[in-house]
Design a protein around this ligand. Structure first.
Ligand SMILES: [Zn+2]
Length: 340
């Protein structure tokens, strides 16, 4: 009699448990079985009125009922959890057709690109790039370039001295006499690199900047050679339509000296904001090498002649790419740098 009752309860609950769809439903079934007012709790209470033998038998059957129901609930609980997990996966599914995010790749800094382009144009004309010292001695930076200690031109080159003799170079021109002493004409050399001057920072000045010095020495070199060489450079750098303008200028290590302006690449010489409505933009300084410089190198100025020029890499980059402020090159702004 009791056996049949337990069997009936067990069958009913196994079916109920199997059809429970949520954890909440399972919880309800659990409390209706084992809660304070649950069926099993009631069955155990009823046992109080039984004799010892009947207690034993009923207890055994109740335990089997309890274990059967608990096992069934355990299995159903796992099934419900698996369904939930599957639903979660499906809702957060990865769309493999979406384009992936590419890793950021670096590129060569714009100043290095421009430096390489300038060097390559002059290399095609036979100039050879030579590495120089960033720490230069007073003699090669000033004296040998006809800038003696009393010369007012030193003011514009004010820089950091390491001691009485050595300084951070103010231009790469210091390599001129070094190269002339180490070799013999014909010479066509370039000296690119970093320079330091006591300049306040503004849109057009930086205390650290980059320069390329170039010079050529041989017999019978004329101002015409200088003009032809630098005009060719400007056309290659800024476009074939570019024309140049030479105006007298003064640099202690050349005689005569000139500055070269190129026709504005923005307005083609018509006049615009970039060129200050002049149609021309100053590109570089140049001139015929001063006889005093040849004397320092041990060359006979009556036998040899040559020309020298110096151009700022930042300046060329600013003109070519319309960069309004020199500080933008050093700020490491990825948005800016990745354009080039
Ligand atoms: Zn212009």
């Amino acid at each position: 009699m009791f056996n049949a009752k337990i069997k009936e309860i067990s069958e009913k609950f196994v079916v109920d448990i199997g059809s429970a769809d949520t954890k909440e439903m399972l919880k309800e079934i659990h409390s209706s079985l084992l809660g304070k007012k649950g069926i099993i709790t009631d069955l155990l209470k009823e046992m109080a009125y039984l004799d010892v033998e009947a207690k034993k038998e009923h207890g055994k059957l109740i335990n089997i009922l309890k274990t059967t129901c608990e096992n069934a609930m355990g299995i159903r609980q796992k099934e419900i959890e698996e369904v939930l997990l599957l639903k979660e996966f499906e809702s957060g599914k990865v769309d493999i057709t979406l384009p992936s995010r590419m890793p950021l790749s670096g590129n060569i800094h714009i100043l290095t690109q421009v430096e390489e382009e300038i060097i390559s144009i002059f290399q095609n004309m036979g100039f050879i790039p030579v590495d120089g010292n960033e720490i230069e001695d007073d003699y090669h930076n000033f004296e040998a370039l006809n800038i003696p200690s009393y010369h007012p031109a030193r003011d514009s080159h004010d820089t950091l001295f390491i001691d009485d003799k050595y300084l951070l170079r103010t231009h790469t021109s210091g390599m001129q006499v070094r190269i002339m002493k180490e070799t013999s004409p014909p010479i066509a050399a370039l000296s690119p690199g970093k320079c330091v001057r006591h300049d306040a920072v503004d849109a057009k000045h930086s205390p650290v900047f980059h320069q390329i010095e170039g010079f050529l020495v041989d017999k019978h070199i004329t101002f015409g050679d200088l003009k032809g060489c630098l005009e060719h450079f400007c056309k290659k750098m800024f476009g074939e339509k570019t024309s140049i303008r030479l105006r007298p200028d003064y640099f202690p290590f050349v005689e005569p000296g000139a500055d070269i302006s190129a026709s504005c690449i923005i307005c083609n010489g018509e006049g615009c904001k970039t060129c200050g409505y002049e149609g021309w933009i100053e590109i570089l300084g140049c001139g015929m090498i001063h006889p005093k410089v040849f004397e320092h190198a041990g060359y006979d100025p009556y036998l040899y002649s040559g020309f020298a020029f110096g151009l700022g890499i930042e300046r060329v980059a600013m003109i070519k790419y319309g960069v309004p402020d020199i500080r933008m090159f050093y700020e490491n702004d990825i948005e800016f740098l990745s354009q080039f």
